[in-house]
Design a binder for this molecule. Structure first.
Ligand code: ADP
Ligand code: TYD
Length: 205
């Protein structure tokens, strides 16, 4: 079988990082070779993005969307640690966020069509085997984010998270014939959500 590439998506606080880590543990237990990665990446462009999110730098929303695109292209194509380099070696890849994050977050500020068009090269280079959307209400997410006691990032407020969640659904509707989208109820316990995700991913192993 071809190696799989799973993108885990959701609004801030939905439990993506928790779930991607648990998925990694399950793959390990089942001796499935994999690489665990995320966006924004830890590469120079990803670092620039994190500075903007922490409020240390400012940038226009078109610029921010374009930085994420540049970060993603490097994430896909970098010959040393790009996603394609792992898939070429038959190593499966799981990523905390991918292009649906761009569709959902940036279309609060700029046209969704433009973002989808900008990301066309990424869809040509690498479509996820499945995009797993961990769906949690924005209210619950905000409570979780506040309980984390870390300073809030640029897009982490209730009004924005509601818009982002709506935009995820708009983009799913728009692209449902071109993408494999799996929606998981993320309001349940951490273990229940993890089991649902595992049930979906098992078929690709
Ligand atoms: P994200 O990566 O989507 O921002 P995290 O995985 O960091 O989200 O989770 C945000 C917070 O919510 C963390 O403190 C985590 O322990 C908690 N959390 C995650 N999933 C659940 C869940 N299903 N039920 C309750 N709390 C959760
Ligand atoms: P996040 O997954 O929260 O990273 P970390 O846990 O390291 O803070 O991502 C940071 C923010 O980036 C989050 O608010 C979503 C946003 N984002 C975009 O706006 N566009 C994108 O294309 C991606 C991948 C993320």
């Amino acid at each position: 079988m071809k190696p799989f590439f799973i993108a885990v998506e959701g609004i801030d606080g939905s439990g993506k990082s928790t779930q991607t880590k648990l998925l990694a543990e399950k793959l390990e237990q089942n001796t499935v070779p994999f690489h665990h990665t995320c966006e924004p990446t830890k590469n120079p462009i990803g670092k620039m993005i994190r500075e903007i999110f922490a409020g240390k730098q400012q940038a226009d929303e078109y610029t921010i969307a374009s930085l994420f695109l540049a970060d993603r292209l490097e994430h896909i194509l970098n010959p040393n640690d790009g996603i394609l380099s792992f898939l070429d070696k038959n190593i499966n890849v799981i990523s905390d966020r991918y292009y649906f994050s761009s569709y959902a977050y940036h279309s609060v500020h700029v046209e969704m069509d433009w973002i989808i068009e900008c990301n066309k090269k990424c869809t040509e280079l690498l479509k996820p085997t499945a995009t797993i959307f961990v769906d949690v209400s924005p209210e619950v997410c905000m409570e979780r984010i506040k309980a984390r006691n870390e300073s809030l990032e640029l897009y982490e407020n209730l009004e924005n998270l509601k818009k982002v969640r709506d935009n995820y659904y708009k983009s799913f509707e728009l692209l449902k014939n071109k993408e494999n989208i799996i929606i998981i109820d993320g309001n349940k316990s951490i273990n229940e959500v993890s089991d649902s995700i595992w049930n979906s991913v098992k078929q690709f192993i």
